[in-house]
Design a protein. Structure first.
Length: 189
């Protein structure tokens, strides 16, 4: 049984490593963002409460996030182990998770913190994008082999919200965007 908690800053690779470990050990990868969205989509009571905060641009309170994570950890597919991706994020969440583990006999777990150089984190995050069609996260310098057209469309539609230096984007053309003093130059494939 593997109960693993992956910690690290955004862009450290928690999700990437969790996906690989999920395949290797056949245990669920649990991301708080994913389970929040899942509860909202299912219309659970916890999801409804979380949605109120999210719709108002507020962070979901610790106690609510903890309740959602605890409910997820009690599901049948977690009996043989799980991977927590980026949770807990606060000392209070860690204390509450520790209490939950003790109360539920889950005292066998491993915590792994991923360290990445700050310049590398900035490089990774500044090029990170989310495909609106399939919710896949990708980097602008890496072309997804699966569904290239969708990724390129999303890249173009995302750029429309920023400042475009070239209005007509076609294959092989470069575009430059800027937002909050961050400059990105990419070629459409």
């Amino acid at each position: 049984m593997l109960n693993l908690i992956l910690l690290g800053p955004p862009g450290a690779g928690k999700g990437t490593q969790a996906a690989k470990l999920k395949e290797k050990f056949n245990i669920p990868h649990i991301s708080t963002g994913d389970i929040l969205r899942d509860n909202i989509n299912k219309g659970t009571e916890l999801g409804k409460r979380a949605k109120e905060f999210m719709n108002n641009g507020q962070l979901v309170p610790d106690d609510l996030v903890i309740n959602i994570v605890e409910a997820r950890l009690l599901e049948d597919d977690c009996k043989e182990g799980f991977i927590l991706d980026g949770f807990p994020r606060t000392v209070y969440q860690a204390e509450m998770l520790g209490n939950f583990f003790k109360e539920n006999g889950m005292d066998n777990y491993t915590v792994a913190e991923l360290y990445v150089d700050q310049d590398e984190l900035i490089r990774r995050l500044s090029g990170r994008r989310l495909c609106k069609a399939c919710n896949a996260i990708y980097h602008v310098t890496v072309c997804l082999q699966r569904n290239k057209a969708s990724v390129m469309f999303v890249a173009v539609s995302y750029i429309k919200d920023l400042t475009i230096t070239k209005k007509q984007l076609s294959k092989g053309q470069q575009y430059t965007t800027s937002k909050q003093n961050l400059l990105l130059t990419t070629t459409i494939n």
